[in-house]
Design a binder for this molecule. Structure first.
Ligand code: KG4
Ligand code: ZN
Length: 334
């Protein structure tokens, strides 16, 4: 069964066709970095307008690449939450129009759940109980996945980790998005240049905070402006990856899970991937991280998850609306 997925929750317009939840036949991603770059972050109005321009060509391109006809598609899946409302509306309206026009079922997908699903493209079996870290420009959340239930057990209390990367890169005049740029610089820098704070690392909960760390980096740059950018990047990244791995692994150990999945744009970070691999090996925890192109926003994760939603009868109707929030209540575990 083939599912067509649409993702437009932030600034990437993506359309994909995935067969039976695992075989990606096409995954078209049109990013808008050139339009947001000059502002150092996503401008919601620009994002929505660009989605409108990109979405139908992306659907056509996706059908061409996969050599599918719309008749071959079982259902249309679309991200309807969480995200920028204007951006979500473009994707949802396109999906509803296709569903209505071609008489296909519509399947609404939660973006966070879709990120978690990307670990299934890296070999995890859908429904495996595990602890998931979703780290991106909009989220830094720890989720407890029990079979098909998802519980939010930790999240950032201020900035998302990707947002901290983007803001620091902007402050350093390095460009947008900042994550991949700082990641590249960090590889040649000295992480021992300075020890930045590890916010909330010792607290008895699974929450994160990155706003203070971002400010600490900015103060450091103010006081030591001649520090080479690679050394700043390496020291910042060292703090970030220490906090993310420590708290996620702590959650797995205290809840008694032996499997961790890491997803979201920041999961493509080379330092984070290395440290998770090392620390999970030391603790005999099984680790799943999707390839970098499936960490950042894409519609393959939407079309892949749709297969399982379809199997469990989760079909939406054409009154489906968009929501900015992720719709998961925070569960206090400690
Ligand atoms: O998942 P994503 O594409 O969009 C959201 O749902 O937010 O994540 C984008 C975020 C951006 O903040 C970007 O700077 C960050 O992921 N990012 C990275 C890397 N690649 C992307 N952060 C650190 N290291 C990277 N290699
Ligand atoms: Zn995302």
């Amino acid at each position: 069964m083939r599912f067509l997925g649409i993702e437009s929750s932030c600034d990437d317009t993506s359309v994909a066709i995935v067969e039976d939840g695992h075989t990606i036949l096409a995954n078209v991603v049109t990013n808008q970095d050139d339009y947001h770059g000059r502002y150092g972050g996503v401008v919601p109005e620009i994002a929505a307008r660009k989605h409108l321009e990109h979405i139908l060509p992306a659907v056509q391109h996706c059908l061409d690449i996969s050599q599918c006809r719309i008749d071959d598609i079982t259902a249309i899946a679309v991200t309807y939450r969480p995200g920028l409302v204007g951006s979500l509306i473009i994707g949802l309206t396109a999906a509803k129009s296709l569903a209505f026009l071609y008489k296909k079922p519509l399947i609404g997908i939660n973006h966070l759940e879709a990120h978690v699903y990307t670990c299934c493209f890296a070999g995890m079996t859908y429904g495996t109980p595990h602890i998931a870290l979703v780290a991106s420009g909009g989220h830094t959340s720890i989720l407890q996945i029990n079979s098909h239930d998802i519980h939010l057990i930790g999240r950032t209390v201020d900035d998302a980790v990707g947002e901290a990367y983007d803001k620091i890169a902007k402050f350093m005049g390095l460009g947008y998005p900042g994550g991949p740029i700082l990641d590249r610089l960090a590889q040649t820098g000295d992480p021992a240049t300075t020890r930045f704070p590890r916010p909330m690392i010792d607290q008895d909960n699974y929450n994160f905070s990155f706003s203070g760390l971002k400010t600490a980096v900015m103060y450091f740059l103010h006081h030591y402006p001649d520090t080479p950018p690679p050394d700043i990047a390496a020291s910042f990244q060292d703090a970030v990856i220490d906090v993310l791995t420590t708290k996620t692994i702590q959650a797995a150990i205290s809840i008694g899970y032996k499997t961790i999945g890491v997803a979201g744009g920041v999961a493509s970070n080379s330092g984070l991937r290395k440290l998770f691999t090392k620390r999970c090996e030391e603790r005999q925890i099984q680790l799943f991280i999707p390839p970098p192109r499936l960490c950042t926003d894409n519609a393959a994760m939407v079309a892949g998850l749709a297969y399982h939603k379809w199997l469990s009868g989760c079909i939406s109707d054409l009154t489906l609306g968009v929501h900015a929030d992720f719709g998961l209540k925070m569960q206090s575990r400690l």
